[in-house]
Design a protein around this ligand. Structure first.
Ligand code: AHR
Length: 504
């Protein structure tokens, strides 16, 4: 097969926020995670310096916080100022010490060098409580909440640009779940108050590819929104931690952009596609394991629903399946960069995150290296490209036994706007076989290019990283030269980036 790159046709310019992340008050993401006062690896404010450095290496552009389900009964005012009282988190059924709140979050974002993105409580919260939060963060000194921030030691406003109204309030599992009628009414009132407080705010609201919910939200609130929030998890594991195997995960790669296409259609139907972008602000191949939370089964003790959460932190779970899926998802979002402006890996740290932390250090899981490769090697312009000749496919079965046929290769062509260099990602989903593809930058073979290849492959489909085990990493190769057609050889279950620099 040949893959032709059309250097003269750009699909769009990808926002850096496509490589965003999410962190929630859940298990060891915040407490005993990035916020670990007293640990020898933490700084004077209690933040783990090694984790911050790992986040800076993948240039985290935006970090959504504090939830997720957690936020739908969180009251931000209890988490600022001197008198922090622990509260019982009714979403995750644990006590939250409240020592990590808005000020600590902003300080953390500054250390990482990322944009804050605050998701507000549209479960038990009110439009007023949400807009008070914006006052606290964004007003200079007007009113009591800006003055409260100053009294807490922050003279200047935080100028938080990205805010979301609610989290999955469409779901029965969410505290303060709403009907679509209740939803658009709350969003409209909250949006009015938030935008009256701060003209810099870009506002999102919880949505999903459901016509009734999202059409009524867009019809009534489209004028107030800049983003629409989508979530996606494919290997659903909340109650049973029975992970899909490699080939079952390849079946999911056929579904990654279904929600984007559905919601893009709704935006287009309402002529909002130029005004509102999609924030895919929670996504991961595997959903989090937390049994007996979204149920209300009584008569069970807390160990029954708390102890199993540690299974999320089994590093052997995060294999080349997770890495290959992550690359396919990011390729798809790049291809949809005209409508997808943000995506947030859920979460960044521990649970299903790309980084695992323990008292004495870190493990960079397989997915971390995909972000490292994409953020640091791929260009910001998404180029047109097409396949010539018969495409190889693989036939796999999903967890329900459905037969799925999917392209063996997933290819994304990009260009660096600053240098003009072309960088191409080629993902080989095949579990066992190498693949070959002729990358054609110039069919007449004119021009000479210097090529640099990077690869993430592991030793097998089940390769993973753990403490004192590093089987998945980015491998660089010696430079080569080629004319306008380059035959790439791709190892099974691999993610590859080829840099082409024209030398004449
Ligand atoms: O499993 C974690 C939860 O997944 C997040 O808190 C929520 O937003 C999503 O349903």
């Amino acid at each position: 097969m040949k893959y032709h790159v059309n250097e003269k046709r750009a699909i769009g310019k990808r926002s850096p926020m496509l490589y965003g992340h999410f962190i929630e008050h859940f298990h060891r993401q915040i407490y005993d995670g990035i916020y670990d006062p007293g640990n020898k690896l933490s700084d004077e404010e209690g933040f783990r310096k090694d984790i911050i450095e790992a986040m800076k290496k993948i240039k985290v552009p935006v970090l959504r916080w504090p939830g997720g389900c957690f936020v739908s009964s969180y009251h931000w005012k209890d988490g600022v100022g001197e008198n922090r009282q622990p509260f019982f988190d009714k979403a995750w059924r644990v006590e939250d010490p409240n020592t990590f709140g808005t000020d600590e979050y902003i300080h953390m974002c500054r250390k990482i060098g990322c944009e804050p993105y605050i998701c507000t409580n549209a479960g038990t919260g009110t439009a007023e409580e949400m807009s008070d939060w914006v006052e606290y963060c964004n007003l200079k000194n007007e009113g009591k909440y800006a003055k409260w921030r100053i009294a807490n030691g922050e003279e200047q406003p935080y100028n938080v640009k990205y805010w979301s109204i609610g989290n999955e309030n469409y779901g029965n599992w969410e505290i303060g779940a709403k009907s679509s009628e209740e939803w658009w009414r709350l969003v409209k009132e909250a949006a009015k108050m938030i935008k009256h407080v701060s003209p810099i705010v870009q506002l999102s609201a919880a949505a999903l590819p459901d016509i009734d919910w999202t059409m009524s939200l867009l019809k009534h609130c489209g004028a107030y929104l800049d983003w629409i929030s989508l979530h996606g998890y494919w290997d659903m594991l909340p109650e049973k931690n029975e992970l899909a195997d490699y080939n079952q995960c390849m079946a999911y790669t056929e579904q990654v952009d279904r929600a984007v296409l559905d919601v893009k259609g709704l935006l287009t139907a309402l002529h909002l596609e130029g005004k509102i972008k999609i924030a895919f602000d929670e996504w991961n191949l595997r959903s989090w394991h937390h049994p007996n939370v979204h149920t209300i089964e009584q008569g069970i003790d807390s160990k029954t629903y708390l102890v199993p959460r540690d299974k999320n932190d089994d590093n052997s779970s995060y294999t080349m399946a997770d890495a290959v899926f992550t690359a396919c998802f990011l390729n798809a979002m790049n291809r949809h960069c005209d409508i997808v402006g943000m995506a947030n890996f859920a979460p960044i740290l521990n649970t299903r995150g790309c980084i695992y932390s323990y008292k004495d250090g870190l493990v960079l899981r397989s997915t971390y290296h995909v972000f490292d490769l994409y953020v640091n090697r791929l260009g910001d312009i998404v180029l047109d490209g097409w396949e010539e000749g018969e495409k190889n496919t693989i036939t796999v079965f999903d967890k329900n036994g459905n037969q799925i046929t999917t392209d063996t290769l997933d290819i994304l062509a990009t260009q660096h706007s600053r240098t003009g260099k072309i960088s191409i990602s080629v993902v080989n989903k095949e579990a066992e076989k190498k693949q070959k593809v002729k990358i054609c930058l110039n069919e007449n073979q004119k021009g000479r290019y210097r090529i640099q290849k990077y690869q993430i492959a592991g030793k097998s489909v089940d390769s993973y990283n753990d403490i004192d085990k590093k089987d998945v990493f980015i491998e660089g190769f010696p430079e080569e030269e080629t004319d306008g057609v380059y035959e790439a050889v791709l190892l099974p279950h691999s993610i590859n980036v080829f840099d082409f620099e024209r030398i004449r």
